[in-house]
Design a protein around this ligand. Structure first.
Ligand SMILES: *Cc1c(COP(=O)(O)O)cnc(C)c1O
Length: 457
């Protein structure tokens, strides 16, 4: 098909939307290592997990053999309110860069929560409702997950208790108000409302918090309150499963026009958008049907893949959560408060960690001022004000496109534009005022946190 026939935006019909999620683990020869009980260091059983998570989600978490899992109609109907999301051909950006590369991005910012997180929030709220629960607890960092979950809980009439990393709670008051508007209660973390929060505050007075702290608090509240379970917006297998809707739609849209990406790029915090975007492509790669270059982009200030250690670690600072084998900076690692744009988790999805370890994907890191330069360029050329997280992927996509300009290669580059940056204007303000700096942790700092990894035989 000639290039002219490819529109700026490729939309699927509702009838072309995926009816099942795709579980990459089914096609992995080396499966991700299981979550371990933090006390016994034995693999967590479904029964142990069901005290923390909803039953159906536990089943999804542990399932590494079923390739396709049906999307319940109730969830598909909710998806139809904001999906299919557009796959955009970045013609304007290509022209401005003067690159022979063809650039596509899948835009997930077209819903009120402003990010891809709603794809999993609605699924998790649905299963909680189906189990007859009263409500769910969670943590939120930059606030997108808490917002998405508040929307999902409002839809299914569930109570929603959000522990929000203190620095974000203070920097992003408007996120907090969106969550409250959807009916959630929002507590800055660490807080005095939990035992683990009190302990962390006693040890680190004045801390601005971390995702790891907030997770500990949310889990404690879920475990202590009957009728509540804990839900998590990234990292877990179930979240990658739900997010596969991004990749499945992308692949369907590309197949419609006979497009094949050479390079697939996504930002990586806990790995959910990247895991979702690459899912069907990685499936082909794992089955030996096709090959793609896949690149994870992470902040230089929180570089789990590029400078972390592949080992079992706690998912939270309070060390009450299960152990996950992942690329980690150590659960005691707290990114500099100077770091503005999300992606603050110390670890990484176990599935992506295994794939990275086995050489199925690459990783790069980017410093935040260069990320905001890419964001500014993208906003001015493509019109969308991107989330700082998403801008890591933009930065890497622009770098790849500029390499093509040098070599004359007409590569097809696909990246995930995970969300919009309307609630990140304090960070944009810093950038615009020339007050943004880069913080790169020293080897000593990382070594100190990694030295405290739990000893697992
Ligand atoms: C949460 C978030 C991310 C990072 O989380 P992943 O689980 O790594 O996808 C990226 N972009 C946006 C807009 C987010 O809200």
């Amino acid at each position: 098909m000639s290039e002219k026939a490819i529109p700026y935006k490729i939309y699927l019909e509702e009838s072309e939307m995926p009816t099942s999620w795709y579980n990459m683990r089914a096609d992995m020869k080396v499966k991700p290592a299981p979550l371990l009980n933090p006390g016994t260091h034995k693999p967590l059983t479904a029964e142990e997990m069901s005290g923390i998570f909803c039953e159906e989600l536990v089943a999804q978490e542990l399932d590494d053999t079923t390739a396709y899992i049906k999307i319940p109609d109730e969830i598909r109907n909710f998806y139809k309110m904001y999906r299919p999301s557009p796959l955009v051909r970045a013609y304007c950006l290509e022209q401005k860069l003067g690159t022979p590369a063809k650039i596509y991005y899948k835009f997930e910012g077209n819903n009120t929560s402003g990010s891809h997180k709603l794809n999993s929030a609605i699924a998790q709220a649905y299963y909680a409702k189906k189990q007859g629960l009263k409500g769910v607890t969670t943590e939120t960092g930059a606030g997108q997950w808490g917002t998405a979950l508040s929307m999902a809980c409002a839809y299914f009439d569930l109570d929603c208790k959000v522990y929000m990393v203190k620095v974000s709670y203070e920097q992003k008051p408007f996120r907090r108000e969106v969550m409250r508007t959807y009916g959630a209660s929002v507590t800055p973390s660490p807080s005095e409302t939990t035992d683990v929060g009190k302990k962390i505050l006693a040890e680190h007075p004045g801390t601005t918090g971390s995702l790891g702290c907030a997770i500990s608090e949310a889990v404690e509240v879920a475990v202590k309150n009957p009728g509540y379970r804990y839900v998590l917006g990234s990292v877990l297998n179930q979240v990658l499963l739900h997010q596969s809707v991004i990749g499945l739609e992308t692949k369907a849209a590309m197949d419609k026009y006979g497009i094949k990406p050479d390079v697939i790029i996504g930002c990586a915090g806990g790995g959910s958008n990247l895991g979702g975007l690459i899912a069907p492509f990685m499936g082909e790669k794992l089955r030996g049907e096709a090959d793609y270059r896949i690149i994870a982009v992470e902040p230089a200030s929180c570089p789990s893949f590029t400078r972390g250690t592949y080992a079992y670690d706690f998912c939270d600072t309070g060390m009450i959560c299960p152990l996950a084998k992942m690329y980690t900076l150590g659960s005691g690692f707290i990114p500099s408060a100077n770091h503005a744009g999300g992606l603050r988790f110390h670890g990484m999805s176990t599935t992506l960690s295994q794939l990275y370890h086995d050489g199925y994907m690459e990783a790069v890191s980017a410093e935040q001022t260069s990320v905001f330069e890419a964001a500014e360029k993208f906003a001015r050329i493509e019109g969308i004000l991107p989330a700082p997280e998403s801008s890591h992927a933009i930065k890497a996509a622009i770098d790849e496109a500029l390499k093509c300009k040098e070599t004359g290669e007409e590569k097809t580059i696909l990246f995930g534009l995970t969300g919009t940056g309307y609630f990140d204007l304090v960070a944009y303000q810093k950038f615009n005022d020339g007050e943004m700096s880069d913080y790169i942790p020293s080897d000593e700092e990382i070594a100190a946190a990694v030295a405290k990894l739990p000893k697992v035989e």
